[in-house]
Design a protein around this ligand. Structure first.
Ligand code: 1VS
Length: 331
């Protein structure tokens, strides 16, 4: 089996996140969910979510699904690094993405969500695509959609082809050769604690020289920006006239009129180049001449994150084989 589904940017002005249509239950209920390689809970806004915390999101109502079954005695509660979070109960039900159906997928129904989720009306929940060890369901951890679907897929892989301000795709079970150029470079993945963690071989700013330095980080489809070591990030922003690391805005800001240099990162003996335009993330407020950078320091996070700003410059293969690997190709 194999499937393909769109990755739709949530806000056409800047790519905060990407959502993908899924159907849950019988008859099928359609929700748009954020596919997240940086976590492993599949949770949705639901008929159980506090009404005051729902603002326009589509919801999953298990009581309207003839195939929904309560996973009695199970609860979940997740806290993301940015301080957001959600919690609730668990059902199993039919879950379909791009034609691939898992018949008893654990669907975590939210009873409560934090304000950043309430305020994002276009995101109706998350589909965790990290390793199932990260799943927060208690007392028995549940499997991700990918782990459940793997055995029925032609190949135990999924790919991310995210695009700058345009619709991209997530493919399941196959690698679409028309979506990339050249070769795919596969790197080993550290699966502990459960992220897709790999080591980049270095970086270059614009057409400057390449700096051979190992940068271990996670490939995270649900983090908008890219967070790298301070030394790397300062050498990038040093090339931009008027760029400052603002305490007030919590990161590097710069004049929107700047022509930003590209950023190249090594993947084995190959490399991926992020165009400067992708690093001009957004105006700090509507109409402001000051813009917020898509490349920020990871100091304080405790982890380097290759988020959407980096991923949308590449075709990425998440290979769930034994052992798991991650593949990168230019496109
Ligand atoms: C900015 C969201 N990312 C994180 O918090 C995060 C961090 C992290 C750690 C410390 C400080 C900031 C971030 C490490 S791994 C990691 N990645 C994840 O946790 C992946 N899941 C993010 C889900 C998520 C959190 N807030 C949202 C708002 C909109 C859409 C999705 C989300």
């Amino acid at each position: 089996e194999k499937g393909s589904a769109p990755a739709i940017p949530v806000d056409p002005r800047f790519d905060i996140a990407y959502v993908t249509p899924v159907t849950i239950g019988t008859p099928p209920q359609t929700l748009y969910l954020d596919f997240d390689t940086g976590s492993s809970d599949l949770w949705v806004f639901s008929s159980h979510t506090l009404a005051s915390q729902v603002r326009g999101q589509m919801i999953y109502s298990p009581e309207k699904s003839t195939t929904a079954k309560l996973l009695a005695g199970h609860t979940w509660s997740i806290r993301y690094g940015d301080g957001s979070g959600s919690l609730g109960n668990v059902y199993t039900d039919n879950f379909t993405v791009g034609g691939v159906t898992v018949t008893s997928q654990a669907v975590q129904t939210a009873q409560q969500v934090s304000t950043s989720f309430t305020s994002e009306s276009d995101i109706h929940g998350l589909v965790g695509l990290g390793f199932s060890t990260l799943n927060t369901v208690y007392p028995n951890g549940q499997l991700t959609f990918f782990d459940n679907a793997k055995s029925q897929l032609d190949s135990p892989v999924f790919t991310a082809d995210l695009k700058w301000k345009k619709e991209g795709t997530y493919d399941f079970g196959f690698i679409d050769e028309t979506k990339y150029t050249g070769e795919i470079t596969y790197l080993p993945v550290q699966t502990d604690p459960g992220y897709w963690t790999f080591t980049s071989s270095g970086y270059a700013v614009g057409d400057g020289s390449f700096n051979q330095v190992s940068i271990s980080g996670i490939a995270d489809t649900a983090t908008s920006l890219t967070y790298l070591p301070t030394a790397v990030v300062t050498s990038y922003w040093r090339q931009v006239e008027g760029a400052v690391n603002s305490q007030y805005y919590g990161g590097y800001v710069f004049p929107c009129s700047s022509k930003l240099p590209s950023f190249t990162f090594g993947v084995g003996s190959a490399n991926i180049t992020i165009p400067g335009s992708y690093i001009n993330y957004a105006q700090i407020t509507e109409g402001s001449p000051t813009c917020f950078g898509g490349l920020q320091s990871s100091s304080g996070l405790g982890i380097n994150i290759w988020g959407d700003v980096a991923l949308k410059a590449a075709f990425v293969v998440f290979n769930g084989g034994n052992p798991p690997t991650i593949g990168w190709a230019r496109k």
